[in-house]
Design a protein around this ligand. Sequence first.
Ligand code: EPU
Length: 434
Amino acid sequence: MKRVTRKYIYMSKLIIQGQAQLAGEIEVKGAKNAALKIIPATLLSREKITITNLPHIEDINKAIALIKDLGAAVIQQGRTLEIQINDIVKNELKPEIANKFRASIMFVGPILARTGEVKFPLPGGCVLASGAQRPIDLFLQGFKKFGAEIDIKDNCYHLKAKQLKACDYFFTTISVTGTESLMMTAVLAEGRTILKNCACEPEIKALADYLNSQGAKIQGAGTPTITIEGVSKINAGQYQVIPDRIETGTFAIMAAATKSEITITNCNPSHIEVLLNIFQKIGVEYSHGEDWLKIAKVKTIKPNNIKTHEYPGFPTDLQSPYTVLMTQAQGSSIIHETIYDRRLLYTDMLMQMGSDIIMCDPHRVVVNGPSQLIGRTLTSPDIRAGIAMIIAGLIANGQTEIDNIYQIDRGYENIDGRLRALGADIKRIGTLNL
Ligand code: EPU
């Protein structure tokens, strides 16, 4: 079989001929941001953990490579992954892998809890906030509270703690991975930890439910205050990755933006309640059951302002697809991105495609719709801006070419194949390495 190198993936691109009529069903895959936490959580146990409904995406490949490097026995069959890590053979995260994705920071707490020592580089991932990389100060403050000593040299962190001690910790900024990381760290710490001003995302509750089913004592996950009674061991177990709510919302927005009737299956519509309420305001009709969502063909879309917010507010990860949708609305909408200050830069590319967008400041744009978008050659700067470009390409007149689609493959499994099945005219030049 031909070997597909990483360089080759970087060279791949998507070519979209816009305005094809979409219709049919699309299935949501397991949530990237849930799967990325359960893999490091397996480090908390010496026993075998079976993970099902795993998405086939680039970030998961990196998490698996990282855990194998720590000495885990890993068997992957389709969407099922078995991991057992009896002994953590080294307590250093391989920089070549760790500095390529943000969720590598999730490995730090469990390694520290099990071995008393961990070395890691500044994690990578999408550059969404000012500065070269996203900050990790909340994690470091938290680890210190658990009794860790921290040494920083040449952008490499060295943490030591013979026995982690429970603590009270207040997040001065609400952080999803920060909450998950300290919650996992507390599971094996001695005593009762109370985490305050926590993030409430469904992936956090899913992680806590799983850990509780295997012997942890976590209360309040999914609310701002989480209490964790330390235990001495976590048992073997099974975890089914919850459906990706960002995929669900993205496909729902795509259906509305392309004025298509699409049914989204294997999803949890209650996780995107905020979007569905906005749909009611802007004239997007839908019906749903517990695990499906059907978007009806839209006639006209009304404008509507949004402000991104922690869950259950409007997710920052849906801001870019929603902005594309508002380019098709009858009037002006303000998009206010409150979580990251570099997450509106992609709107420059929507402007190149003919949309009427005014950038007010790094956090706010005004979108004046409706605009007929025109196909262009674009580069995907990150996962969510990349998927927005795909949606823009689907509604544009003519051909859109998107480079750097490695960024899209990090978060969306076989996106071109799945959209082709809906009738999209989209092809990949280069090969998908799964
Ligand atoms: N922040 C700090 N210090 C820290 C950590 C975060 O100042 O130590 C700031 C961030 O700069 C940001 C805010 O806190 O302004 C909130 O960021 P958060 O920590 O919640 O983000 P995250 O945990 O790094 C996760 C998702 C992101 C998603 C955000 C917000 C994962 C692996 N990533 O990131 O997902 O946008 O929560 O919901 O769970 C994506 O999937 O494309 C993605 C970027």
